[in-house]
Write a protein that binds this ligand. Structure first.
Ligand SMILES: [Zn+2]
Length: 281
C-alpha cells in the first residue's frame, strides 16, 4: 500500500526502530523490495538516486514512481516513495509532481546558513504539495576515503542540529555520526553518544546513510537512539550485479534474457528479508 514516507517514519519512531530504505534501479529491484517487505510484514521505502537517472539512464522519476505505485498496490504493507540525495531544486520539484512523498535536499557541503536557506526554500515548495523533506547536516562522505568517516569536523553537532531543523523546517535529518557511502575499507564505528545527544535535542526523525557494511550490533544501537530511516544501496547493487554475472555464467550461450527476472528476484528477496530483520516492527 503506497504510504506517505512521513507516516512510515512516524510508525518507526513509535516502534523505536528504523524503517529500511533501499535504493533501486529498475523493476526487478523495486519488485523484490516490495515483495520482501510483504513477506516480513514490515514497512519499507523505495528510493531513487537522481544520478542513476541523469548520469546512467536508469528510470526517471515518473517511471520510477509508476513502478513503485503499481507494485505497492499489490501488497498490504506500507511502501514509501522517496527521492534520495538531490541538490537541484527543479529536479526535486519534478519528483514532487511525479508523486514522491518525500524528497531529500542535500546541502551538506554548503556553509550552514546557506544549507538552512536552501533547505527552507525546498521545504516551503514541497510542503505546499504535502511532500516531506529530508535534509543533511554535517556530511556523510565516501567510505573509500577512510578519513571521511573519522573526520570529526564533518560530524553533526547536536545543538546545531536543533537549530537547523527549526529554521529549515525539514521533516527528517540525515546525520553524520561515522558512517559513509560505498564500501568500507575499515569497520565503521558509529558515534552512538553523539547520536543520542542529537536525538535528545530534536523531535525530528533521524536518518542514517551509508548503511552497507555497518555491523548489526551498531545498527541495533543506532535504531534505539533515534535513527528512524536507514539507507541501503551499495550492498543491494552489488548483489544485483552478482546475479547478472552468475546468470551469464550458469547459462552461457544457451541462455536467454527472459528467465533472468525469475532467477534474480528470489535471490534479491532473500537478501532483503534478511536485512529487514534489523527493522524491529
Ligand atoms: Zn546517502
Amino acid at each position: 500500500m503506497l504510504t506517505p514516507v512521513k507516516d512510515i517514519l512516524k510508525m518507526a519512531s513509535d516502534a523505536n526502530t528504523s524503517v529500511i530504505a533501499f535504493n533501486s534501479l529498475d523493476y526487478n529491484m523495486i519488485y523484490s523490495t516490495v515483495q520482501a517487505a510483504e513477506k516480513v510484514g514490515k514497512p519499507v521505502i523505495c528510493m531513487l538516486y537522481p544520478e542513476h537517472h541523469t548520469g546512467f539512464n536508469w528510470a526517471n522519476p515518473e517511471g520510477f514512481a509508476a513502478m513503485v505505485k503499481s507494485l505497492a498496490d499489490e501488497v498490504s504493507v506500507p511502501v514509501g516513495l522517496h527521492l534520495d540525495h538531490c541538490s537541484d531544486f527543479n529536479y526535486i520539484m519534478r519528483a514532487v509532481k511525479a508523486g514522491f512523498s518525500c524528497v531529500m535536499y542535500d546541502g551538506s557541503m554548503l556553509p550552514l546558513e546557506e544549507n538552512i536557506a536552501n533547505t527552507r526554500k525546498v521545504a516551503d515548495a514541497a510542503h505546499a504539495f504535502g511532500v516531506a523533506v529530508e535534509a543533511e547536516l554535517g556530511h556523510v562522505g565516501f567510505a573509500a576515503t577512510v578519513s571521511d568517516q573519522s573526520n570529526l569536523d564533518m560530524y553533526t553537532q547536536p545543538d546545531v542540529a536543533a537549530k537547523f531543523i527549526e529554521e529549515s523546517t525539514c521533516d527528517a535529518l540525515a546525520v553524520a555520526i561515522g558512517s559513509a557511502h560505498g564500501v568500507y575499507k575499515e569497520t565503521p564505528h558509529l558515534d552512538i553518544k553523539r547520536l543520542s545527544e542529537i536525538n535528545a535535542a530534536t523531535e525530528a526523525p533521524l536518518v542514517l546513510h551509508g548503511g552497507s557494511g555497518i555491523p548489526d550490533d551498531q545498527l541495533d544501537q543506532a535504531f534505539v537512539n533515534g535513527i528512524n530511516k536507514f539507507n541501503v544501496g551499495t550492498e543491494f547493487f552489488q548483489l544485483y550485479y552478482d546475479c547478472l554475472k552468475d546468470y551469464g555464467q550458469i547459462n552461457g550461450d544457451g541462455g536467454n534474457i527472459f528467465d533472468y527476472a525469475n532467477y534474480c528476484q528470489p535471490r534479491l528477496i532473500d537478501y532483503l528479508t534478511k536485512k529487514m530483520e534489523l527493522s524491529k516492527f
